[in-house]
Write a protein that binds this ligand. Structure first.
Ligand SMILES: NC(=O)c1ccc[n+]([C@@H]2O[C@H](COP(=O)([O-])OP(=O)(O)OC[C@H]3O[C@@H](n4cnc5c(N)ncnc54)[C@H](OP(=O)(O)O)[C@@H]3O)[C@@H](O)[C@H]2O)c1
Length: 258
């Protein structure tokens, strides 16, 4: 039986990945902080296929989180064909107004945990296994007024590509998933409910984003863009000066924060 590990599966993209993979016949190990949501998802998956999902309550900000995860993996003798580094969150607002603990938490979850989880999981990967790192359109530009989030996703895209080159000789792959705005709890968590950029860039429903991700996974694309319109946007971004793009992002987001 093929098996996936998915971080941040209590809602949004992680939840949708879990359901889609179980339907495709994979077993899943999922974790997040909200255990009651994980239990509900486990029950839904149980109806699709009995005992297809194992759950673990884990806070990626906890310094002991990876030790807890590794102990769980070892005590259940688990190995993985797919690891989806999905847990993450953003914050909309001026950098100067951010709480220091929000900055720390975002870098901890979006960058440090993702990096260390990849490292720790290497010995538990099956041959031909794949890491899928959930980045973002934000990972291709600077994002004034959502500054730290954009910077973390730039890290994720760069890290994923470098891993792919290093892991290929080991028989593993590392791919980046690049969604644009998707209808999940992300906006609510980032306080971006009616954020202008969420209205200007075409947003996508979570299931179509996941289907695009699974298609890209099968094709082993290094950068899996979730929507054709976002591909056009990325093409434009790559051919404009970085400063121009950042100024446009700033204009789109600034009013919201005033
Ligand atoms: N939605 C978008 O527009 C969009 C666009 C581009 C990229 N993304 C990326 O997609 C990924 C998933 O986000 P989403 O859109 O599905 O948002 P979401 O519905 O808010 O889901 C975020 C998931 O991350 C988990 N998470 C957050 N902090 C965590 C922590 N400290 N420890 C463990 N799990 C944690 C949450 O679980 P708990 O709260 O239960 O811990 C939740 O399951 C993120 O990396 C995000 O940056 C989203």
């Amino acid at each position: 039986m093929r098996r996936a590990l998915i971080s941040g599966a209590s809602s949004g993209l992680g939840e949708a990945f879990t359901l889609a993979l179980v339907k495709e016949g994979m077993d899943c190990v999922i974790f997040a902080r909200r255990i009651e949501l994980l239990e509900q998802l486990q029950m839904k998956c149980h109806v699709i296929r009995a005992n297809s999902v194992m759950i673990l309550q884990l806070d990626a900000r906890d310094t002991n989180a990876l030790n807890i995860l590794e102990t769980f993996i070892q005590s259940n003798a688990l190995t993985f064909d797919l690891v989806i580094n999905n847990a993450g969150f953003g914050y909309i607002g001026a950098f100067k107004d951010m709480q220091e603990n929000t900055i720390d938490d975002m870098i901890e979850v979006n960058v440090n945990f993702l990096t260390r989880m990849t490292y720790r999981l290497l010995p538990y990967m099956n041959p031909q296994g794949t890491f899928l790192h959930v980045s973002s359109l934000a990972g291709s530009m600077s994002g004034p007024y959502m500054n730290v989030y954009y910077a973390t996703k730039n890290y994720v895209s760069a890290f994923s590509l470098a891993c792919d080159i290093e892991f290929k000789p080991l028989g593993l792959r590392s791919l980046a998933f690049i969604p644009g705005p998707v209808h999940t709890q992300f906006g609510q968590v980032a306080k971006a409910g009616s954020l202008p950029i969420f209205n200007h860039v075409k947003s996508q429903d979570v299931n179509s984003a996941i289907q695009a991700a699974l298609k890209g996974l099968k094709k082993k694309q290094r950068f899996i863009v979730s929507h054709p319109a976002h591909r056009v946007l990325l093409f434009c971004v790559k051919h404009l000066p970085l400063g121009w793009v950042a100024n446009i992002v700033s204009l789109l987001q600034q009013k919201r924060t005033q």
